[in-house]
Design a protein around this ligand. Structure first.
Ligand SMILES: *[C@@H]1O[C@H](CO)[C@@H](O)[C@H](O)[C@H]1NC(C)=O
Ligand SMILES: *[C@@H]1O[C@H](CO)[C@@H](O)[C@H](O)[C@H]1NC(C)=O
Ligand SMILES: *[C@@H]1O[C@H](CO)[C@@H](O)[C@H](O)[C@H]1NC(C)=O
Length: 334
């Protein structure tokens, strides 16, 4: 019997809110996610790793496994040329995913994004009890981020950069942190919107003064950084979701997305499917565009797609011309 395989081109996935546009590298090798159907592993293989490696060696002379996946999908990601990818697919045929969705307190919210800025007051753990004993998630040390940056609120912080670094080379640590540290702000914003502790006396340069808090201020947070200054790669996102599933978080927030894609090309949809079938609730961003037809993303039916239609305040600013005519506009700076 032939193993059945789906190849997912691990395309750049854009983080919302900030214009991540990674430069096109004209390298021959591209990153692919190879999905293997575990059920049809030929009996001569003793384990899956072995089977994956052999499949890869059958098309590539210098196979380089970026990740292997056990939870989110069965398979691996690797660097291949377009030709090798085609060959791999031809050799093994294809299969469709998404069969068998399972109809099946201390809440842990996982966030896959650009990491987290641990100094944020929204991560204050005052009043939190001990970290739940079942929690096995990791707080990983790295550039500008130490194990001591985790606390009873932020109970997990790790990062996934293999595909990013395979494409662009080693991370330049003078520009960005090879750790869960958020060098951008987007991840801290999404994480604390979901689960930020209550912070009194907050404002944005004097605007919107008041109390800031996330939707679930008592929930714990686990952060999985898969997005970098140059963008996010499907293989890294999938590896992050793999860890999310293994860590058994309750809710996963994903403000990452591509333009509307077929499910089979949509890494977030793949990962979310497996996470949902393990009982994880998933909320995804609807995108930053619209309101036009087909301007949203993350629309697969097993996730909750979230968008804001309007906000409850405005940010007025005025332009006064030489003739004293005054025009009202909108700005984040008065
Ligand atoms: C669905 O849930 C049941 C009970 O928890 C479990 O035995 C089964 O393996 C799950 N199926 C899938 C596809 O995850
Ligand atoms: C944490 O990571 C930083 C940066 O890679 C390193 O300099 C430091 O020695 C590490 N600390 C520990 C305790 O491993
Ligand atoms: C989705 O797949 C169909 C059939 O393969 C193809 O015709 C269509 O162009 C694809 N759409 C997108 C958005 O990729």
């Amino acid at each position: 019997m032939n193993p059945r395989i789906v190849l997912l081109m691990a395309v750049m996935v854009v983080v919302y809110q900030y214009p991540y546009t990674a430069a096109n590298t004209n390298q021959e090798l591209k990153t692919y996610i190879v999905h293997m159907d575990k059920e049809v592993m030929p009996p001569e293989y003793s384990d899956h790793q072995n089977w994956y490696a052999t499949s890869m060696e059958s098309v590539s002379e210098s196979p380089d496994m970026l990740y292997t996946y056990e939870n989110v999908i069965h398979g691996f990601s690797t660097r291949l040329t377009v030709e090798q990818a085609k060959l791999l697919k031809e050799k093994h045929g294809t299969e469709t995913m998404f069969s068998g969705l399972n109809s099946s307190s201390d809440v842990v919210i996982g966030v896959v994004d650009t990491g987290v800025w641990p100094a944020s007051k929204s991560l204050d753990d005052t009043g939190f009890g001990p970290v739940p004993s079942w929690w096995k998630g990791e707080c990983k040390n790295g550039t500008s981020f130490g194990v001591s940056n985790c606390n009873k609120k932020l109970i997990g912080a790790t990062y996934f950069s293999r595909a990013y670094e395979a494409t662009y080379g080693p991370i330049d640590e003078t520009i960005e942190s090879r750790s869960a540290m958020d060098d951008d702000g987007h991840g801290t914003h999404t994480a604390t919107t979901a689960a930020g502790s209550t912070v009194t006396g907050a404002s944005l340069f004097g605007f919107a003064k008041g109390t800031a808090r996330g939707m679930a201020p008592n929930a714990r947070l686990a952060v999985y950084k898969a997005c970098w200054l140059g963008g996010c790669f499907g293989s890294d996102i999938l590896a992050a979701i793999e860890k999310v599933i293994a860590d058994r978080v309750h809710v996963l927030s994903l403000s990452i997305g591509d333009s509307l894609a077929n499910y089979t090309n949509d890494v977030v949809a793949y990962g979310a499917f497996k996470a949902v079938s393990r009982g994880i609730f998933i909320a995804c961003s609807a995108g930053n565009s619209g309101p036009d037809p087909i301007s949203l993303s993350n629309v697969v039916p097993w996730i909750a797609t979230v968008g804001a239609g309007r906000i409850d305040r405005d940010f007025p600013a005025y332009v006064v011309l030489g003739n004293r005519k005054k025009f009202r506009g909108v700005s984040l700076y008065s």
